[in-house]
Design a protein around this ligand. Structure first.
Ligand code: PLP
Length: 423
């Protein structure tokens, strides 16, 4: 499927006249359509809730939009919890799915009334300590089946090698112990494969967790009230991949629900999800400008963004589609490496990419950067975070986070020593 940018080169020029490149731009209309589709896909399940994984795009203006669709927020740090509170989420709309958890964060989560999802059985003691012995009424435990996660089309991922979750035996033990400590309602969570571009992942995972729920309920007597399918629903980063169909995914989960939970008398179980990438990924782009060209053994185009703004290509070799704005219809008869300015040779947004001829000053639209993009930014080489902008439904642009300044960058130095000389 052809990937189309959600702005024209003319719009990019107008926006850049006010907010210099590089910047992240989010598409409000696209985000809203997607939120609506997610809600509809699971409307068959009363109580269904998507808890947006805040780490994917931790911007309160975007979170505020999601609130309108009754989304909650999946958090794994104090800052993410505070962001969720700041946009008005109550406890029922906050899931605290952390791992290697600092004890004090359990107290913050509990104070907000968030649902606490335990990554490990040893966390029971930490919760007890952090909350002064008083356990919340509802708690969740994260499951890791070990081995490999297989689907009809092959091995998807390797849970046995991942640091998350509890073993099958620990799940029973944790439910028993939590029940003794006064927990009255339970959830089960698992995240077994990442960025799955298939409509079968959630249904397959749901089937496994539904079966586990029936076992745990009869084994331990714990009342299971929700199943949290977590994240992992992916997006097509390349034009060749077909996008997931969230309706088909919701329908696939419904079929497993009817097959497994309903006959077990568990037809009142609520489905939760914690998607991040699928919610915002396609609706954000990194917009950057070509500022240098270099002709050595290969052809290079240097842009004003770098891996510190979007780490995925450097970190995972991830593909991000690039459109040269204004040249959408031109023939891709040039082959470039598109690079940033970091002193790191992996600072390349694209390698050997076939694109139309790029002129200095052209705007490059780096697609599918709306999740795990800005949020994975860093300050290597003294590079500062860029701005985040929202393209609103009426076509206007709102700055929803300003770019970091030199002053911001130096702000944590000892002020009595160098700070005043630097800014
Ligand atoms: C990262 C994460 C998610 C979201 O993952 P996506 O791949 O963005 O859907 C959900 N839940 C937990 C616990 C996570 O760590």
């Amino acid at each position: 499927m052809q990937k189309k940018p959600f702005i024209t080169s003319r719009q990019a020029e107008e926006i850049a006249a006010q907010y210099p490149t590089p910047f992240y731009l989010y598409d409000e209309a696209g985000l809203r359509r997607n939120c609506e589709a997610i809600r509809e896909a699971f409307a068959w399940n009363p109580g269904f809730r998507e808890f947006f994984a805040v780490k994917a795009t931790p911007n309160p203006c975007l979170m505020q939009i999601m609130r309108e669709y009754d989304f909650g927020f999946d958090c794994s740090s104090d800052a993410e919890l505070l962001l969720s509170r700041a946009v008005g989420a109550d406890g029922a709309h906050i899931m605290y799915s952390s791992n290697d958890t600092p004890e004090n964060e359990f107290a913050i989560a509990a104070e907000l009334g968030a649902i606490i999802n335990l990554d490990d059985i040893t966390m029971i003691e930490h919760v007890e300590h952090a909350l002064g012995g008083k356990f919340p009424e509802t708690m969740c435990c994260r499951y890791n089946p070990g081995g490999v996660f297989r689907m009809s089309n092959g091995i998807m991922d390797n849970p046995g090698d991942s640091k998350y979750g509890m073993t099958r035996a620990q799940m029973s033990e944790a439910f028993r112990r939590l029940k003794e400590k006064g927990v009255r309602s339970f959830g089960i969570h698992a995240f077994l494969a990442s960025n799955t571009v298939t409509n079968e992942y959630y249904p397959e995972l749901a089937g496994q967790l539904f079966a586990l729920a029936t076992e745990l309920q009869s084994e331990t007597g714990a009342r299971i009230t929700f199943i949290n399918l977590s994240g992992g629903v992916g997006i097509p980063y390349t034009p060749e991949q077909a996008p997931n169909d969230i309706r088909a995914i919701g329908e696939g989960v419904r079929r497993r629900f009817e097959e497994i939970l309903v006959p077990a008398g568990m037809g009142d179980v609520v489905i939760y999800t914690e998607m991040g990438r699928f919610v915002t990924g396609p609706y954000g782009a990194l917009v950057t400008k070509a500022i240098n060209e270099k002709h050595i053994y290969k052809e290079y185009i240097g842009v004003d963004a770098c891996a510190a703004n979007l780490m995925r290509p450097a970190m995972y070799g991830a593909y991000h589609h690039i459109t040269v704005l204004g040249k959408e219809e031109e023939f891709p008869d040039h082959r470039y490496d598109i690079v940033g300015s970091l002193c790191e040779n992996n600072d390349k947004f694209a390698v050997d990419r076939e694109l139309p001829e790029i002129a200095m000053g052209d705007f490059l639209f780096i697609h599918d950067a709306g999740a795990h993009g800005f949020s994975m930014g860093y300050n290597y080489n003294g590079k500062r975070w860029c701005a985040e902008l929202l393209l609103k439904e009426d076509g206007t642009v709102q700055q929803i986070r300003r770019a970091q300044t030199l002053r911001d960058y130096f702000a944590t130095l000892d002020s009595t020593l160098y700070y005043e000389r630097l800014v």
